[in-house]
Design a protein around this ligand. Sequence first.
Ligand code: SF4
Length: 290
Amino acid sequence: MGLKPGLKIKIANNAGFCFGVKRAINLAEKTADKECKVYTLGPIIHNPQEVKRLEKKKIRILTDINKIKSGSIILRTHGIPFNLHKKLIKNKDINIIDATCPFVKRAQVIMKQLSIDVKSKAKTVIIVGERVHPEVIALMSYSNNDKCVVIENVAEAQNFKCIGDLNIVSQTTQTPGNFKNIVEVLKKHHEVKVYNTICKATFDRQKSAEELAKSVDLMIVVGGKNSGNTTRLAQICSANTDTYHIETVKSIKKEWFKNIDSVGLTAGASTPDWIIEEVEKKVKEISMKN
Ligand code: SF4
């Protein structure tokens, strides 16, 4: 097969579930231990295998809130729009378990304050983030300010035209570099007040993945193909070494390990430990059978 003896397996320092996701899954499981009608508003995380595991515990995905009359609804880590939240809590037959990550909550509170405070109200609010991301959509809904604009990248910042001062808030999963560059551009033409609400979990995973990818012959990135943060990790790793993005152990092929000395393993913030462990075990088996 051409496998070299003594294949080294290294795991990234920061890999897998972040604090917010861990907390949301715990809340969902604890609720399901006590109640039988438990729903998540959309998939609780972007990991099909973990969602399936939770389904076995009777934690179901709800796509339309009008379809249920009672039960508990778990709100996802990136939050939901303000009006939807208000509508849900009005229904006394439904128990709302708010698993919005505290870091996201903090950004929502800032958005709300900026739209209430008299001085801040006069300024345009810029959210640096992805326009279509549920977190950004929810953040916008927390502002009554109709002068609220999303900027995704430096090019958009350069083309941004408005008069007056700015308040700038970040999506929690923004890369610090993109945020900083956008702020620098906006500062050239405006007085700005910056609210850095970036959570370090994403950045830490990216940094560790990059460092590891630079030191190994092959990287395996584990996580949902529908997970934005896992896909980004795979992109970062492939810029540095041969990389495979897999969802489960089933995709691993023995020939990947031909003629290499070392393999690195990392996983997105929505990948549970049990999947990472299965992958690690399989790679170890392959290296030992050699
Ligand atoms: S990435 Fe950060 S903000 Fe998002 S859920 Fe995880 S800990 Fe919370």
